[in-house]
Design a protein around this ligand. Structure first.
Ligand SMILES: Nc1ncnc2c1ncn2[C@@H]1O[C@H](COP(=O)(O)OP(=O)(O)OP(=O)(O)O)[C@@H](O)[C@H]1O
Ligand SMILES: [Mg+2]
Length: 147
């Protein structure tokens, strides 16, 4: 799907936020600057009203209180090995909350099979392209998005 401007990324993020449930993991794939944090910002803003959503490049994780769960925003670019996420509370987050992950490749075997994959790409014209792939319960939930 084409996201010709950042506002379109935010609109999509708001729609997906409306489908999110405790236990979800949303994997944000894509190169540097492809729009992963923009998506996270739109998602968190839709659920919490928060407008200050810094990139957790150095903190590695930030949490936000939504009405029914906590949103955990991870940026794993700088972690050395997958198990380092356990010290950041990754397991607890997956049990009870909603998890957004930039650089999900860093999770290795800890990446759950049941997840929503968003693959961001820059396009020559400006904007971004994103491919959505729902696994597990997300496959059906994405149909709600289309309709
Ligand atoms: N759909 C879009 N159209 C145009 N520009 C966009 C779009 N989405 C994001 N951008 C712009 O792209 C830039 C990089 O976005 P962002 O920080 O979200 O990327 P990122 O994938 O998180 O990068 P990093 O890998 O460094 O964390 C920002 O300036 C942002 O405003
Ligand atoms: Mg980012």
């Amino acid at each position: 799907m084409m996201l010709a401007a950042e506002s379109m990324t935010h609109t999509l993020a708001g729609q997906i936020a409306g489908l999110a449930k405790p236990g979800d993991l949303i994997a944000l794939w894509g190169d540097l600057g492809s729009g992963k944090t923009s998506f996270a910002r739109g998602f968190i803003n839709a659920l919490t009203g928060e407008t200050e959503v810094p990139s957790p490049t150095f903190s590695l994780v930030q949490t936000y209180d939504a009405p029914d769960f906590v949103v955990w925003h991870f940026d794993l670019y700088r972690i050395d090995q997958p198990r380092d996420v356990l010290e950041l509370g990754f397991d607890d987050a997956l049990d009870d909350d909603v998890v957004l992950v930039e650089w999900p490749d860093r999770l290795g075997d800890l990446l759950p099979d049941d997840r929503l994959d968003l693959r961001f790409r820059m396009v020559a014209a400006g904007g971004r392209f994103v491919r959505l792939e729902g696994h597990g319960s997300w496959a059906e939930r994405l149909n709600d998005l289309a309709s």
